[in-house]
Each structure stands twice: as structure tokens, then as C-alpha cells.
Design a protein around this ligand. Sequence first.
Ligand code: TXA
Ligand code: MG
Length: 317
Amino acid sequence: MGGKNTTETVFADAKGIARAARILAGGGLVAVPTETVYGLAARADSDEAVARIYQAKGRPSFNPLIVHVRDAAQAAQYARLEGDADRLARSVWPGPLTLVLPRREDAGLAAAVTAGLPTVALRAPAHPAMRALLAACDLPLAAPSANRSGFISPTRAEHVSASLDGRIDLILDAGPCEEGVESTILAIREDGRWDELRPGPVDLDALHWRLFDGPRESGGAGDAIEAPGQLASHYAPGKPVRLHAAAAEADEFMIGFGDIPGHCTLSSSGDLAQAAARLYACLHEAARSDLPRVAVAAVPEAGIGVAINDRLRRAAA
Ligand code: TXA
Ligand code: MG
């Protein structure tokens, strides 16, 4: 691997992980697979290392980062992990749920990680490569999706290298990501209220029923601005995107679903989990295509379909 690229891609085996851990300890940037998308990791306790993430991505500095940890015990060093938050962390982690919680005064995280907010976003990822890396470097790792800001998230090592080659120190390759869309983000407020800031693989209504044996009260509106990943244009392939398309027009790259065929399909059998896993690969293919516009078949607004449609709306905005 590597070839003509400036940034080397290595397998996420023991040797690759050890090398990545050394780079991170030294303040460098490593792209690493998680179960959702590939992340661009740097040590979260270093101002210089975190500044490099913003630089490499061209990310606006008001958009805070998720801090990745091994488990709830490590998370409790950075945030007040109490009540529902503690219960959620212990039942869902490691997994694709990010908790936004009140930050501890003595957290010791770089200021830019939280972009000046009194809260911090924390997640213990499930992917074995990311878990091995967190154990090997024994540091909190800030990691946004490993793409240029505003562009499509990466679910394969090739996507990372196409977007960030020459701007980061190493890419760990462990094949395609299983979930394919970013973690569910849940803010738990001082008064205990739940605010879903980003839909994702974890269904919060189902989770609430499972843990509390009752329905979840829907959070207040207007919190989305707090998570700029939630702002209108994001995940964009750099050309117009038309949603709910029944068929392609002559100049459109068609992304199909179920019975509706296309140049590529999210899932020909109409399977939503498969559609989530293939979403960004299809958008990357559409971006690379010579066709100037993109059309996407309708995807049901159920389960992980909610997260898929959320990302598609932003790709189209
Ligand atoms: O699945 C994921 O979450 C992936 C993998 C790599 O873990 N990461 C990811 O990071 O999607 P990123 O930076 O692309 O999205 C993080 C989102 C942003 O929308 C950001 O605004 C929000 O989390 N966020 C971070 N800290 C926050 C905070 N303190 N309050 C509210 N939102 C926050
Ligand atoms: Mg992102």
C-alpha cells in the first residue's frame, strides 16, 4: 500500500497500531477506523496536536470535537458522568453513542477540543483497531471524521487518502466501516433533559424504553446550532443532489435503493443497515463520476433510515 500517496497507509495490525500510538504521543495526526466512520485522531490534551486537526480538515474553530475514550471510567476524568449519563455509558459503550456532558474543570483537555463550551462530547468506540489504539497510547483522542470539512465522511481508508493525503501523518486501514454513519449524539442537560443533537446508529427511543421502561420526552428544538455538524450543508459531494428520485435524468448519477436501480445502490434488497454502511461509499462514487448531478432514491424514515435521511438532506443542501 502507499504507492504514489504522500501519507502512508498501513494495516491496523499490532505493528501498525504501535506505530500510530508513537505518532499520536508525539503530537501527530493518524486516521483510524471506527465502527461508524474513519476518524482523524490527535491527542486531546495537547493544544498543538488539536490545532493540527483543525488545520488538516480546514474545520471552523467553533466546531468542537468528540473525545474518544476506552470506557466510562476514563470518561469520568473529563466530564460529570452521573445519573442517566452513567447508566447510558455503561449499557451502550463501547458503541456508536456520543454523550455531551458538563465538562470537569480539571479535565486537562486542549481548549480547542470543546471550542469554549462548558460541555464535552465523549464516546467509547467499539472498533477493535480504535480500542487497541486507545489502549496502546493511553491518551484521550480527539477525532472528527477524517475528511476535509463539509465534504463526505470516509468509510474506507481510500476515502481518507483521497481527502487528506499529504496533510496527515498515517492512515490505519481495517477495511470498510460496519455502521457507515456517524454516532448518535445525545446531550444530557443539567436538569436531566435529553437532547438528540445528531441521529445515528443508536435509536434513543428504543434505548429509553429498554433502560427506563417508558417513552422518551422529546428534547427542545433549536439545539442543533450547538453541533455545527448539524448545520445545513455537510457531507456534500460537490455537485447538486436531488432526493426522492424515482429514476435518473440523463445527466444524473443515480444512487438506488430497493426496487429503484442506479449506477450504484444503497441496498438492492432494501436493507437499511446495509444502506447506512454503503451511504458514503455511494456518495464518494457519485462525487468522482463525470456526471454533473446526483439523484438519490427515497429511503424509509425508520430506524437507521432517520440518520441516513439526515445525512442525505445535508448532502443536498
Ligand atoms: O461516529 C462519530 O461520531 C465519528 C467517529 C470518528 O467517532 N466522529 C464524528 O466527529 O462524527 P465529527 O467531528 O465529524 O462530528 C462531531 C460532532 C460535531 O457536529 C460537533 O459539533 C459535535 O459533535 N460536538 C462536539 N462537541 C460538542 C459539544 N460539546 N456540544 C455539542 N456538540 C458537540
Ligand atoms: Mg464530520
